[in-house]
Design a protein around this ligand. Structure first.
Ligand SMILES: *[C@@H]1O[C@H](CO)[C@@H](O)[C@H](O)[C@H]1NC(C)=O
Ligand SMILES: *[C@@H]1O[C@H](CO)[C@@H](O)[C@H](O)[C@H]1NC(C)=O
Ligand SMILES: *[C@@H]1O[C@H](CO)[C@@H](O)[C@H](O)[C@H]1NC(C)=O
Ligand SMILES: *[C@@H]1O[C@H](CO)[C@@H](O)[C@H](O)[C@H]1NC(C)=O
Ligand SMILES: *[C@@H]1O[C@H](CO)[C@@H](O)[C@H](O)[C@H]1NC(C)=O
Ligand SMILES: *[C@@H]1O[C@H](CO)[C@@H](O)[C@H](O)[C@H]1NC(C)=O
Ligand SMILES: *[C@@H]1O[C@H](CO)[C@@H](O)[C@H](O)[C@H]1NC(C)=O
Ligand SMILES: *[C@@H]1O[C@H](CO)[C@@H](O)[C@H](O)[C@H]1NC(C)=O
Ligand SMILES: *[C@@H]1O[C@H](CO)[C@@H](O)[C@H](O)[C@H]1NC(C)=O
Ligand SMILES: *[C@@H]1O[C@H](CO)[C@@H](O)[C@H](O)[C@H]1NC(C)=O
Ligand SMILES: *[C@@H]1O[C@H](CO)[C@@H](O)[C@H](O)[C@H]1NC(C)=O
Ligand SMILES: *[C@@H]1O[C@H](CO)[C@@H](O)[C@H](O)[C@H]1NC(C)=O
Length: 368
């Protein structure tokens, strides 16, 4: 009798272990299909999900065609342009690109410019325009003409003035990036000096650039040298959409509609944007721009493998949905949208909301 119980326990533990292993390889992104059949999925370590692609038939339209130069590490670029792409994100329609900055150094001066095509814009929500240096003016123009778009001034003459992490006009200044910006032109210069050798020793150069706000935090050493005296690149976030219509207009034409099976279509906020984005519906996962759920498009998530766990539960996966039932003597706890069936009177999982009600049936959908 006792032996039997032990054997049962062992196979149960094994079962749990197998379930754990099975669920562990579900979210793995390495083996996931992200491209059209036969297309390259990576350039260096940067992945290239459809609608972006390299080579005929691999991208949705010419604006999404990329090129990859293997001789340079991660040299992935739009086929038409000069920005360098370092990351592409499907769910929120962003990509991160590396662009050059404007600089004014004792021995050289550089005005930075970059242009995006199609419906791509420099994200107004994620980027900031930064001017950096003592006694510096920096402006962000829309083109080479005199029309100033935005800009800022920074004043200081000793390191004591500078506060790390503060970009409010002393050593560093900032301005918002206009909505819908497609072409930028960054010019920067020194003020209050007619003579380059009068420059402050702790701050030879002045800099101007737009940058992903989350990856920039001003500190004093930047004044001495920022990215090899301004010859390096800074990361910016680029927003992208597909098509140039609203969701409803686009859906009327199935042959060109970009969203695949089991998707929702959305139009990004802001008035200056054309086009739309696709996302997998709740309870589905995959690349929403691929048409077929078996070829990388949005497929049902087996919530039973992901979110109904613990020895006391029974779970049934349904299309786009699931049911998690905890047996008698077990109560459920929800933590990070995962339902755990655990023995009653056991101490709670940290950070969980315990529910000891009689209602032990959880039905719901998982949001990705
Ligand atoms: C790719 O590699 C570069 C350096 O080789 C690294 O800086 C970068 O973070 C990597 N990117 C990703 C997405 O892993
Ligand atoms: C690339 O973008 C994805 C999605 O936003 C993000 O999870 C990931 O951390 C990014 N990778 C790098 C190296 O920035
Ligand atoms: C710094 O600014 C103060 C106040 O404007 C001025 O008195 C001082 O001479 C300046 N120092 C240098 C080194 O320019
Ligand atoms: C500012 O940051 C730099 C580098 O992060 C550090 O060396 C310096 O001591 C900091 N200064 C102050 C006043 O905290
Ligand atoms: C930026 O740096 C300052 C000090 O160096 C720190 O106090 C602050 O939390 C940092 N901010 C971010 C967003 O990392
Ligand atoms: C710079 O030059 C102008 C005219 O040449 C002069 O009026 C001004 O005083 C000079 N400024 C400084 C800080 O030397
Ligand atoms: C520039 O300033 C330095 C230091 O103030 C001075 O020695 C030098 O003669 C000036 N050069 C010119 C061309 O005015
Ligand atoms: C930056 O410029 C300063 C002054 O011109 C120079 O002394 C320094 O070596 C330069 N640093 C780099 C990394 O090029
Ligand atoms: C939208 O895109 C289509 C195909 O790329 C093009 O023919 C059409 O002129 C565009 N319409 C607008 C308003 O840009
Ligand atoms: C959005 O654009 C339309 C037409 O260009 C304009 O009439 C409307 O006022 C704009 N709405 C906002 C909130 O800017
Ligand atoms: C999820 O399943 C439950 C029954 O198990 C059903 O009542 C509910 O409507 C389903 N939700 C959706 C969005 O299909
Ligand atoms: C849980 O699901 C909700 C939507 O159902 C989502 O907004 C939230 O981000 C999820 N939380 C976690 C930790 O995944």
């Amino acid at each position: 009798m006792a032996l039997k119980v032990i054997v049962k326990l062992h196979s149960f533990v094994l079962l749990l272990l197998l379930m754990h292993l099975a669920s562990a390889d579900i979210p793995a992104t390495g083996s996931e299909i992200i491209t059209k059949p036969g297309c390259r999925s990576h350039c260096g370590n940067v992945s290239i999900p459809y609608p972006f692609g390299i080579g005929p038939g691999c991208f949705i339209d010419k604006d999404f065609e990329l090129s990859c130069d293997e001789s340079i590490v991660n040299d992935i670029k739009p086929a038409y342009g000069s920005i360098k792409i370092s990351n592409i994100s499907i769910p929120d329609g962003h990509m991160t690109a590396e662009i050059f900055m404007g600089r004014d150094c004792p021995d050289n001066r550089y005005t930075a410019s970059a242009t995006l095509v199609g419906t791509f814009t420099f994200s107004s929500a994620k980027n900031k325009f930064i001017g950096m240096g003592c006694n510096t003016w920096a402006y962000l123009g829309l083109d080479d003409s005199a029309s100033i778009c935005t800009g800022c001034l920074s004043v200081c003459n000793k390191t004591k003035d500078i506060t790390n992490g503060s970009c409010t006009g002393v050593g560093c200044c900032q301005a918002p990036v206009p909505v819908g910006l497609k072409t930028l032109y960054v010019k920067v210069g020194k003020m209050f000096t007619n003579n380059t050798s009068e420059r402050l020793s702790f701050n030879p150069c002045s800099y101007g650039f737009i940058v992903d706000e989350s990856s920039f935090n001003f500190t004093l050493p930047y004044l001495k040298d920022f990215k090899n005296n301004g010859t390096g690149t800074v990361p910016v976030v680029v927003d992208w959409t597909v098509g140039n219509e609203t969701c409803m207009e686009a859906a009327r034409n199935p042959s060109s509609y970009a969203c695949g099976q089991n998707t929702d279509c959305s139009v990004p906020e802001g008035n200056n944007t054309l086009g739309y984005r696709c996302n997998c519906r709740w309870g589905y996962t995959g690349n929403p721009y691929l048409q077929s759920s078996t070829l990388g498009g949005c497929r049902d998530v087996d919530e039973c493998k992901e979110i109904c766990k613990g020895p006391g539960g029974k779970c049934e996966n349904t299309e786009g949905n699931y049911t998690c039932v905890c047996n008698n003597g077990y109560s459920y706890e929800v933590r990070d949208n995962i339902t755990y069936c655990i023995l009653e009177n056991k101490s709670s999982l940290p950070g969980s909301t315990q529910n000891n009600n009689l209602n032990k049936i959880v039905v719901g959908k998982l949001c990705f």
